[in-house]
Design a protein around this ligand. Structure first.
Ligand code: MAN
Length: 356
């Protein structure tokens, strides 16, 4: 186990009991995977809140959003042979996949980076809005480009999983920009400055028969229209990131290149974090990558929970050599940890040219 990080002594800093349900009849099952940003001298999280009705004995029920924005509760008897509940994140029935909870985004702020509350002076809840978000919205990344905050997030519906974009300057009025990358795609993080005059992002399409769950880079003239897609990181057989990989938050610009903390999962759905280093002038070139995870689920709150053995990050703050990373643990609670950027860079395995 690597010793690169220092977990907050207050972990977990947010649990489901800290979050008030968005409406009567719903229970908060998970508060997880926060986007992170600094604004007006404070630390802010835009967390994912996953809810469903209280579960009754022998029955599985979960909400789906109707076109008018109200929730419909779907229910299935647990002994129905057509029902598959083998993964707590999903409900599969007669070959159709639903999510077991519906997620919205919630804005929280803090003076000290560990005690978070919903500010009373601005809107704090962002819900799925149309038929492309009827199963909810998830895992928001926040990138500040100029004076504007860009929020990339996962839009989930029966039509698939895609990347949505919202923008705001003041966190009072939020502008929806629609789906910028179509299904199946998620884990989109925008670079916070252009490289050679073009904007860049990471994204994660999923190959079905050919390919896999790999990290790609794309570029754009305007942050809305993305092209020139290049695959930069494959999963690696028999390693900690053998089944899926996906980008975390906006990459960190270092003297050595763009440093990206990413998640990787193996076939047992154990989610760890590692890092990639990309060329400063050409982010499609991978210079180095973690051989071993830089962060693993080892403590009780990371091993046991709504979906255990998961550490997942999509937000951090950078101050000099220190990255303060916020992460979801076991898909149920939010925690924090700090890393030294130099220590991460020194831990990477330098890549021979062209390796994926
Ligand atoms: C997926 C994502 C995350 C989640 C992990 C672990 O990759 O959708 O939201 O935290 O799985 O369950």
């Amino acid at each position: 186990m690597s010793n690169l990080s220092q977990r907050f002594s207050q972990n977990p800093i947010l649990t489901t009991s800290d979050i008030v349900p968005s409406q009567k009849g719903l229970v908060v099952e998970c508060v997880l995977n926060p986007g992170v940003f600094a604004h007006e001298g404070k630390t802010w999280l835009i967390v994912r809140v996953a809810e469903r009705p209280e579960q009754q004995e022998g029955v599985t029920s979960f909400p789906v959003m109707r076109t008018d924005g109200s929730l419909e509760i779907m229910s299935f008897q647990n002994d129905d042979p057509e029902l598959d509940l083998s993964d707590s994140r999903y409900v599969k029935y007669k070959g159709v996949t639903y999510l077991s909870t519906i997620s919205h985004l919630r804005l929280l702020c803090s003076e000290d980076g560990t005690h978070f509350f919903e500010p009373s002076d601005r809107p704090t809840k962002i819900f799925g809005q149309d038929s492309q978000e009827s199963f909810g919205i998830e895992d928001c990344r926040v990138s500040k480009i100029g004076e504007t905050y860009y929020l990339t997030y996962t839009q989930v519906s029966e039509s698939g999983v895609g990347v949505g974009l919202m923008t705001t300057r003041d966190w009072r009025t939020i502008h929806r920009q629609g789906m910028i990358i179509p299904p199946h795609n998620k884990d989109c993080a925008l670079f916070e400055e252009p490289v050679n005059g073009k904007y860049y992002c990471f994204h994660r399409p999923s190959g079905i028969d050919l390919g896999g769950n790999f990290i790609w880079v794309a570029s754009s003239p305007d942050l809305l229209h993305w092209g020139n897609h290049r695959c930069i990181a494959h999963t690696r057989e028999d390693m900690w990131d053998s089944a899926r990989v996906g980008a975390g938050a906006a990459p960190i610009k270092t003297h050595a290149g763009w440093l990206e903390i990413y998640h990787g999962a193996n076939a047992d759905n154990r989610y760890c974090l590692g890092a990639l280093l990309l060329d400063r002038d050409d982010p499609t070139k991978v210079l180095a990558r973690s051989e071993k995870p830089i962060f693993e689920p080892t403590l009780d709150y990371e091993k046991d929970g709504f979906f255990g053995n998961v550490v997942f990050t999509n937000g951090h703050l950078v101050d000099g050599d220190t990255v303060t990373m916020y992460y979801g643990a076991s898909d149920e609670v939010i925690c924090g940890a700090t890393f030294s950027i130099d220590a991460i860079l020194n831990s990477l395995n330098v890549y021979s040219k062209g390796a994926l």
